[in-house]
Design a protein around this ligand. Structure first.
Ligand code: F6R
Length: 367
């Protein structure tokens, strides 16, 4: 059932070219230049006229939501807020019938997310669900929605569900942006062509980084802390990279927007601090170069994720992981893959039970 892989998690990491393809299948029609999504189409008016979109989720799905905010605000120009479902439900939030809530949940059973949806509905918001598990409680309770179609995810640490959530959010942002006139045809075509190329690029990053990441992992088996840094779209990708590592390896890890480093975490940096930095060419690259210089001046160990052929960051870094170039907005989908592998191999080498980490459950049905 693990298809020859040692763990479900590794199998699911390797399934991503297919799961992303499945998320796009029947929806992204590049030749016709359209995105076809019934859940969006049937509620187009409601969605494009939303005064505000509130994204609610927990854990990894919340990280996907943060990237969703960047995508929707950039392409559809609708104001977006992202909240932890557990905070939203208890803080008496301001929600009206002009708001659209997008609830993201792999399992579709998360108690806090469900309670937040109930509250939003009571206050008159239209609730759109993004779930992976078909016919799950959340998918049934929401007003409309789109399934991620990533297939069953057995490993407790979410991997392929996350990249499928990012894929769905990309489709939604581009479709809304196209309809409300914020995205030109030319720009829309360029972006959907990039989106269409993602399964191939994810396949490429798996094959070019797997052995390397496995080697790199050996050097960090005894690490006690990790910092993950990224900017723009890759700031939430840094949060997700850190979450993967702590969940399965039990190494303390924190993610930060790279520029926040100097507001605190820089105090932690010395020769014992590994720092993973996501630095694609288009993501405020020059600023990330200065962050890496600041880290090296303090002797931190830099593991850099860069685009193929990168020179500046690569020359400064202790370890270099190259990934294929894409538009900045889609780069977390590719960059997350080597980060999943890094967490996986560090955990495996520490003898941890990666598919069933201690204290964690696949669906959190109690608050
Ligand atoms: C992370 C992880 C959790 C879940 C969170 C939300 O690897 O598995 O953080 O992402 O419990 O779960 P869903 O998406 O099922 O609502």
């Amino acid at each position: 059932e693990k298809g020859g892989y040692e763990h479900f998690m590794l199998k699911e990491i390797f399934e991503q070219p297919k799961s992303i393809h499945d998320t796009l299948r029947g929806r992204l029609l590049v030749d016709e230049g359209i995105i076809k999504m019934a859940g969006i189409w049937d509620n187009l008016e409601r969605l494009t006229k939303a005064e505000r979109i509130i994204i609610i989720a927990c854990g990894t799905s919340w990280h996907a939501g943060l990237i969703g905010e960047y995508l929707i605000e950039e392409f559809a120009r609708i104001p977006v807020e992202v909240e932890y479902a557990s905070e939203f439900r208890y803080r008496n939030p301001i929600v009206t019938n002009k708001d659209v809530v997008i609830a993201i949940s792999q399992s579709g059973e998360t108690a806090d997310t469900m309670a937040a949806i109930k509250l939003a509905k009571e206050k008159g918001a239209f609730v759109f669900g993004i779930c992976n598990v078909v016919d799950s409680s959340i998918s049934r309770f929401t007003d409309a929605g789109s399934y991620t179609h990533a297939g069953p995810e057995i490993g407790v640490a979410s991997t392929k569900a996350f990249t499928s959530q990012l894929t769905i959010l990309s489709l939604i942002a581009l479709k809304l942006g196209k309809h409300n006139g914020n995205l030109s045809n030319v720009e829309f075509m360029r972006l959907i062509t990039e989106l269409d190329a993602l399964p191939k690029k994810v396949e490429e990053v798996l094959s070019t980084t797997h052995d390397l990441v496995k080697e790199i992992a050996k050097d960090f088996v005894d690490a006690q802390n990790f910092l993950y840094l990224g900017r723009g779209y890759n700031f939430p990708a840094a949060l997700e990279g850190a979450l993967k590592l702590k969940e399965i390896s039990y190494i303390h890890a924190e993610g930060y927007p790279a520029a926040e480093m100097k507001h605190g975490p820089i105090a932690l940096i010395d020769e014992n601090m590994p720092i993973v930095i996501i630095a694609p060419k288009q993501g405020h690259y020059d600023k990330v170069v200065s962050n890496v210089q600041e880290i090296k001046a303090r002797k931190g160990k830099v593991i850099a994720l860069v685009n193929k052929g990168d020179v500046q960051v690569a020359n400064l870094a202790d370890y270099v992981i190259e990934f294929p170039e894409t538009s900045e907005c889609f780069s977390p989908i590719i960059a997350s893959v080597p980060l999943q592998l890094l967490a996986y191999y560090i955990a495996v080498k520490r003898g941890a039970n990666v598919d069933q980490p201690r204290n964690l459950a696949k669906s959190v049905t109690v608050e």
